[in-house]
Design a binder for this molecule. Sequence first.
Ligand SMILES: [Zn+2]
Length: 344
Amino acid sequence: MEPKAAGPAVTPRSKSRMLVMAAGVLVLAGIVVLIWPMLGSSMADTKSSLNPAKIDGKRAYEYLKKICAIGPRPAGSAANTTQRELVAKHFRDQGATVTVQAFKGVDPSNGQPVSMANLVGSWFPERVERVVIGVHYDTRPFPDEDTNPANRRIPFIGANDGASGVAMLMEIAHHLKDSKTPWGVDLVLFDGEELVYGGGQDQNGEYFLGSKHFGAMYAQSQRGRTRTTPHYVAGFVLDMIGDKNLTIDKEPHSVDFAPRLVRDIWSVAKALEVKQFRDRMGQTAVQDDHLPLYNSGIPAIDIIDFDYPHWHKATDLPENCSAESLEAVGKVMTAWLNKPKARR
Ligand SMILES: [Zn+2]
């Protein structure tokens, strides 16, 4: 390349040629911008281009402890209802429109019907393009994987497996009303994720009742969809994100279902230097609430740390979770939410 000052003299003829060339370059640039999203690439995220909310990890952790203090919260229990009402009030206080999706499940231990309910907090309900972030709020009846068989019949608290996701949504709720997110946002509590008894191969019960119901309702709402029908452009399930030694790998089903979302989230985490998100494939393809969401037509991924030593054990307690872990996930999620549409 030549230095600018040494360029050839500009005659009227070469000037018009330069204009044609400049126009050509502009057209090319325009085409690149237009097809960029179709190539599946997003513009590189940098720390300064991102706008995470001021997530308060300590407050989120207090929510986690408050939820655990209610006691075990299996589907159909009074504690489960108490928790749902607590979150409904919180969502309303933070500017959401709240709806309850009631449905019936079955308790596999006695065949009796169980009243269940998903809770949906909607911000910017008028927006057609929406994002759903879901967590399960019911806890498993018993800590069936405890190494000590005597502990397998004591009530299960579910600090990480249950409360961490709910606490995270409660914290994110603080930052939506005044956020710059271009999307409508629905924060959803799924009931009946694990009204399941027994461990290992010896399990009795059906998983994901709440997200299956939510997915069925959503699929129904999309029949005969028009330009003005609200729909989800992305779905996230947050599960077991409170582990004090948090490591979140790319969950294999998520990579299959919605690779672009996985790439986007990990790109945001990398730019923000949130080290808990590791750039590697998880060891386990996890069955979780993202499967029913995906089956109902939502590109959905699971953000989960499946490497938790207290999983389904009596020791899944607040002391094994941390404010830092919740803060890390909240930062990544809100930075993703707040990205302008044009930068995706
Ligand atoms: Zn579980």
